[in-house]
Design a protein. Structure first.
Lengths: 341, 341
DNA sequence: ATACCCATCCAAAGCGCTTTAAATTTATTC
DNA sequence: GAATAAATTTAAAGCGCTTTGGATGGGTAT
């Protein structure tokens, strides 16, 4: 069923039917009701490509997920997108997903822009000194970044949590508990979020005049396996950590395994603080959460980011960039305690 | 830059330019080269909506992810989609993602179909007696299911692993090791895959004339937390299990925690076999994998499913359904051993 | 009754592409 | 060299929608 068929059936012009359905004022209320009823009955849906052609809008938002050579698909992306899609379905947008391998990244973004299949895009996992920002500015495609690029001074829209601050506070807590050898098991530090978390960690140690040991700092894709091997090798180190600061729940599961394997108890022998993105598969709550954590819902961030982008798209051109900084409170769980003498 | 501008610049008709770019035979080779060169230089990309309107194809595949009230986003979906998207980018397709809440499921599928925004869809997480199959058949939209509905006798395209067989073999291995009280920690058994896995488990017990204890069978979203609480309560049971069969790696991480918390050692005190979907965040390999597992790559399944669907779309109508059954070999790891007397 | 105003509704153009039907040019045959 | 066939190219229609620029007609003021 298309517009023509529907309007023929109603004995009206396509113009009137189209206007009735899109709530234009210049159509009689009785007519509008009649049209809407018929549309419902015949299950009429305007062809999205035709609408797109006519309006120049696609009502589609692109999400571009960077893939590096390790080919790891981070569950965080899924959770963020689940949040975003709630906003999309409320606002009548569709979601188009693209995986962009690092080596072809620029051409992928250019192609998306020139193909005109999306009205805007969400940029995931910004790096330190990320070339995508200026590229997208050049391409004139509205975008919102999940995260920031601290090294970029230009104006752009982003939503992020306060990574530096969160890890500063987490480190401070461990220091206050008497820990001196605190091992940081971080995400890839070419990524901006990880870089800022490390800053928070370093700043807190510095503030308390504690030594910074490079051999206590790990960085990489935070898989369970990597969390395990980082923690295992840290525990075998000459400078033996009494506490771990882990950038993700999943990585912390590996850390927990390493701690157990070393015959130690988490919470008493060794303290652990994680950052908890509140992934639905990895809830860390309850009366006493398993892990002490800085906490910030990535699903919520996804929903907010989507709404910001939709705002951006609907604003007249040259709109001021939107930004949102989320706080990640520190939640006490069972995995931290005073250092053992 | 659009077709008209490009052809004006070249002094050719739109027809010829379009044909040159789409490799139609009726255009002079020299002309074709000239056109392609110009297109490259001006970074011309045909407008996808216009192409779609003209051809009636959208070159887009829809993935519809079911969301139930627990709002859990399974990492498996992400991994499957990562695989599928490889096929899409090779074949020039886009990927459109929709989250479908259970209560509005039918209308969402209907809307997708009538809006015509996709050429076909991938159906995730089929249930036992899944109404979506007949719905999609009625809607005449090509589709491939990741999984099957064993209760549906009609012909449709699917890709699945041999769930029953895999869990039969896994159970058999545990029985051979002397285990009698084997606890099944399964996914939601309204989902077909989980239902079939349970069949395999029950069949193996039955084949060896072992008792089937309902209190040794758990079913639910296989999160870490649920895996933990299921295993913890099983271990506190009067019929104390000496082995666990866990439907996912993530769930098994919770089971592992429960085992440790009970002061037991995995592999010696308690055996565990999991199903390993080879999620990139949860590798279970190495010389001796952490867990003994039935193994099947869900990313690979995603890629195959995508190719199947593209085949289906490009075949003349009334094409025979495509099906693919993947085997899930049993891989020995460190988590299994003979029962302790 | 006349002029003017709204409230409604409609015909047709246009979005950027593909494809049919036809025209034009070039090559081949006798 | 005329007739015919083959190779190229083009004009124009059409995909399904929105939107511009009128029509149409009843209501109101004069």
């Amino acid at each position: 069923m298309n517009l023509k068929q529907l309007s023929d059936k109603l004995g009206l012009s396509q113009t009137t039917v189209s206007r009735a359905l899109n709530d234009y004022p210049e159509v009689n209320e009785a007519t509008r009701e009649r049209v809407k009823k018929a549309a419902r009955e015949h299950n009429y849906q305007p062809n999205i490509r035709a609408t797109g052609l006519a309006t120049g809008k696609s009502k589609t938002i692109g999400h571009v997920i960077p893939m590096n050579s390790t080919e790891v698909f981070n569950p965080i992306f899924g959770e963020f997108i689940a949040g975003a899609s709630q906003a999309y379905s409320r606002c009548g947008y569709e979601l188009s997903l693209t995986m962009a391998h690092e080596d072809a990244e620029e051409s992928i973004y250019r192609e998306i822009a020139s193909k005109g299949s999306v009205d805007g895009i969400i940029v995931h996992a910004p790096r330190v000194n990320d070339p995508r920002i200026s590229l997208l500015q050049e391409l004139q495609l509205p975008f919102v970044i999940h995260g920031r690029d601290s090294s970029n001074e230009t104006d752009y829209s982003w939503i992020d949590m306060n990574n530096r601050r969160a890890f500063f506070r987490a480190t401070k807590l461990l220091i206050d508990l008497g820990h001196k050898n605190i091992c940081l098991i971080n995400g890839r530090e070419t990524l901006n979020f990880a870089w800022r978390r490390r800053q928070g960690y370093v700043d807190a140690l510095t503030a308390d005049h504690l030594d910074i040991h490079p051999e206590l700092m790990y960085s990489g894709d935070l898989t369970e396996a990597n969390g395990y091997s980082a923690a295992a090798s840290a525990l075998a180190n000459t400078i033996k950590p009494t506490a771990f600061l882990v950038s993700s729940y999943v990585g912390a599961l590996g850390v927990r395994r390493a701690i157990h394997n070393a015959g130690l108890e988490m919470g008493s022998d060794v303290s652990v603080i994680i950052h908890d993105d509140e992934l639905s598969y990895f809830e860390n709550d309850g009366d006493i959460p398993q892990f002490t954590a800085t906490r910030s819902s990535v699903r919520d961030a996804g929903e907010r980011a989507a709404l910001m982008l939709i705002d951006l798209i609907n604003q007249p051109n040259g709109a001021a960039p939107l930004t949102k900084l989320l706080d990640a409170p520190l939640v006490l769980g069972a995995s931290t305690g005073p250092v053992k003498k």
